[in-house]
Design a protein around this ligand. Structure first.
Ligand SMILES: [Zn+2]
Length: 68
């Protein structure tokens, strides 16, 4: 099994904590994001736009547009 190390606490990472975090543009909520946190020290290792929320929001937007 391949495992990377946390850049802060140096522990081997075999799983990751995923948490929701608001992505803001000019102080306003714009994107639902998720952060990947070290399960041991909780350091944020990476953040990305939540792909599930992005898909749901896109579908909702398309349906709204079609219903106009
Ligand atoms: Zn860590």
């Amino acid at each position: 099994m391949v495992a990377g190390k946390c850049s802060k606490c140096d522990s081997m990472i075999t799983s990751i904590n995923i948490e929701n975090i608001a992505g803001k543009v000019n102080g306003k909520d714009a994107w639902n994001c998720i952060s990947y946190n070290c399960p041991r020290c909780n350091t944020i290792l990476s953040i990305q736009i939540d792909p599930v929320a992005l898909k749901t929001d896109t579908i909702d937007g398309v349906v709204q547009r079609l219903n106009r």
